[in-house]
Write a protein that binds this ligand. Sequence first.
Ligand code: NAD
Ligand code: LMR
Length: 329
Amino acid sequence: MNAQPVTVTVTGAAGQIGYGILFRIASGQMLGHDTQIRLRLLEIPQAVRAAEGTAMELDDCAFDRLESIEIFDDPVKAFDGVNVALLVGARPRGAGMERADLLAANGGIFGPQGEAINAGAASDVRVLVVGNPANTNALIAAQHAPDVPVERFNAMTRLDHNRALSQLARRGGVPVRDVRNVTIWGNHSASQYPDVFHARVGSRSGAELAEDRTWLTEDFIPTVAKRGAAIIEARGASSAASAANAAIEHVRDWVRGTPEGEWTSAGVPSNGAYGVPEGVISSFPVVSRDGEWQIVDGLEINDFSRERIDASVAELFEERAAVEKLGLV
Ligand code: NAD
Ligand code: LMR
């Protein structure tokens, strides 16, 4: 058993993803069964009552690793001493909306939350932004937390990564566990680039599968990049259980490390790697060692990939310019 309990704050705790994620955190699936959890739920005042209902259900699970549950409508209190912050609370898009439509609506949430994290978080705080547009919201939060190392702010592209794994497994006729080293580059939006060129799909290489350019450009890439919209269209609500699952896996790997010989994808601050200029939070191939992400280096980027990575990164800079204009960064 780890001596120190870990304080985990989840924003938007009364929402769909909140309902999917809290029970998994409390049961030990995110930080391991050897870790005691202190859960903090942050909501807007109108949703505090619903969060109380979720907290009652958490109580009723009698999780032996759940030390406490507290509910807040004040980010300063909710993030005081936090070790892991999951910034989920934001408005989801509806049918026909692009994530960019959410920039103004949601951007305003993440500045004050960044300030609250800056003011009170534990020195080892890790922040995962799930609320959309996730990459730019993460940038806003990071910019409002100058005392927290910028690499502690991530945006979630693990759901896109998992979507790509599943689509490749189906294409290759192999179980998902036999697919590895796919990469999501760029923004968590329709411009993202799911890159198969370095992947393994059973005994085949992703590059071999990619020789079928019609499948790649007309099936695989749009299926992964537009999956969020397809789910909204089918379900009448944006993805929730799969998003919660992805957030659990992101934090688990960040804290506990990625398996040897495999990488995953995460939105991390660009450091100039692969020609992505500094100043945005972009998805890269990453491994986690000793609790820190490292961008996988040395991958060859062909012209097909280059063009698509550049397009998604350009969108990130456009989002950055848009929120600068709104005074959010
Ligand atoms: P939801 O509407 O069900 O829940 C959102 C919750 O956030 C609500 O309970 C709301 O009261 C709360 N909230 C709003 N403003 C808040 C604030 N300032 N502080 C705390 N809580 C606040 O939405 P959802 O389906 O749970 O989705 C949440 C977000 O996650 C959306 O922006 C959605 O687009 C995004 N999302 C991202 C990914 C990803 O892969 N990155 C995947 C799925 C959904
Ligand atoms: C998703 O990818 O499912 C989420 O980001 C929701 C959305 O708006 O697409």
